[in-house]
Design a binder for this molecule. Structure first.
Ligand SMILES: CC(C)(COP(=O)(O)OP(=O)(O)OC[C@H]1O[C@@H](n2cnc3c(N)ncnc32)[C@H](O)[C@@H]1OP(=O)(O)O)[C@@H](O)C(=O)NCCC(=O)NCCS
Length: 183
């Protein structure tokens, strides 16, 4: 599957509960879920519940890339605010199916997620965590303006080992302006 020519056939759209089965399949691949905080043996049912609860969440975007009827990429921006004082902050996550990695899908997902956030939601600060040994993801995030803010030790358990992660963040490069006053 895949190939550069096939990239133009990837459709990008908001995830819906009907994507549950396809998303569970994407997340069942260890090379994908190990890089995230997901667990082995995901179920379509659990994903359906999660996707159903997201339907009404206007401040969240769960974007999927779809090719040949399958979800081949999943990424999102979600509010983190438990207090109004962090209304300007959102988290970001991303995953591309193993056989589609290295072909620009992750970059296109990032471009679309950031455009939605920067131009329509106006989040001022985006945060993410990435395992310190995930070179492709770190390079991708740097390319889109994320900077390393620190290392979080033994952040998560991954395949029997506690692993460190980097805390990365990006401030809005061009925060929304007020309209200019007409005289
Ligand atoms: C990280 C991930 C999303 C990247 O998606 P992708 O579709 O492969 O990304 P792209 O093809 O757009 O590549 C983007 C950039 O990543 C970097 N990159 C890609 N593969 C790389 C590699 N093997 N080593 C180092 N950098 C790499 C490059 O900087 C590249 O940009 P460039 O092509 O302009 O040089 C994908 O590898 C993935 O889903 N991994 C499993 C889940 C995961 O770890 N998600 C991140 C959780 S924080």
């Amino acid at each position: 599957m895949g190939g550069t020519a096939a990239l133009s056939h990837v459709e990008y759209r908001r995830a819906t509960p009907a994507d549950a089965e396809s998303l569970a399949r994407l997340m069942a691949d260890e090379s994908v879920f190990a890089g995230l905080l997901q667990l082995p043996y995901p179920t379509a049912e659990a994903w359906r519940k999660r996707l159903e609860s997201q339907v009404a969440e206007a401040e969240r975007l769960h974007l999927v890339g779809v090719a040949g009827g399958h979800v081949i990429a999943s990424g999102g921006i979600h509010p983190l605010a438990w207090t109004p004082r962090r209304r300007h902050v959102a988290g970001l996550g991303l995953a591309v199916a193993a056989e589609w990695q290295g072909r620009g899908i992750g970059s296109e997902m990032m471009r679309r997620l950031l455009e939605w956030s920067d131009r329509w939601l106006g989040y001022l600060r985006l945060e993410l965590t990435v395992y310190t040994d995930n070179a492709p993801a770190i390079a991708l995030y740097r390319k889109f303006g994320f900077a390393v803010e620190g290392t979080q030790r033994a952040y998560a358990l991954r395949d029997g080992v506690y692993v460190d992660c980097l805390a990365m963040a990006r401030l809005h490069p061009n925060p929304p302006r007020l309209p200019t006053e007409s005289a």
